[in-house]
Design a binder for this molecule. Sequence first.
Ligand SMILES: Nc1ncnc2c1ncn2[C@@H]1O[C@H](COP(=O)(O)OP(=O)(O)OP(=O)(O)O)[C@@H](O)[C@H]1O
Ligand SMILES: [Mg+2]
Length: 252
Amino acid sequence: MGVLLEVQDVTKTFGSLVALDRVSLSVEERKLTILIGPNGSGKTTLINVVSGFYKADKGKILYQGEDITGLPPHRVYRKGIARTFQIPALFWKLTVLENLVAAEKNHPGESFVRSVFKSAWEGAETQATEKALRILELLGLAGAWNSEASKLSGGQMKLVEIGRALMSDARILLLDEPVSGVNPTLAHEIFTKLVRLRDELGVTFLIVEHRLDIALDYVDYVQAMAYGRMISGGDPKVVMKDPKVIDAYLGG
Ligand SMILES: Nc1ncnc2c1ncn2[C@@H]1O[C@H](COP(=O)(O)OP(=O)(O)OP(=O)(O)O)[C@@H](O)[C@H]1O
Ligand SMILES: [Mg+2]
């Protein structure tokens, strides 16, 4: 086991605002790492830079040792890095199953030329459907496969987003607040499922989350940010006692 994703000295500014100030971070393979920090500390910006949605002004992103700095989002995605959004971005009129199938990385529907060969397309569609059903089973969502996305509970929407990310065969998932607004029981269930995905499929997680009361029971590592800087990182028990972390939350 080693480092799967490495952020090296990344800076990102918006005008005069320094959202990320020389941020470095190593994400270990097959571990759950949580990224914490007060509102506006730069957590989502970091996810946006790693996933290619924003370009870093300075610094490097390495994935499996390969420099992926500046790649556009679809190329980052194809490398095996998938993300979810702070506010779920689903196809609201489609069913749960359709949402997953539409997220398949090699879905031939993306390619006009291949979609002309209807039989090939149908074969791939069946495969994608089978895969989607397996993922829904893993997430405990199989019973809702035919529900329209807009009719789901907040917690189920979060799970569908995770399911969509898994359809790409991602090796690492970047989750932006997977349990925000979700009731405690379901929030614990979601984290239990993430642990299962780590253990059974070997998925690596970098998770932004404010709900520390829930998340800390499940994570391997904590990274803490404040004012665009990485201020602490490592074992959850150690990081949560770090005076810099306590200050960041209490000092405001
Ligand atoms: N696209 C943008 N344009 C201008 N400023 C931005 C943009 N995205 C983020 N920012 C600013 O960068 C800073 C970091 O924002 P970011 O969303 O990364 O924080 P966060 O840690 O995710 O906060 P929260 O916990 O509230 O989600 C904030 O001051 C925010 O206003
Ligand atoms: Mg955020």
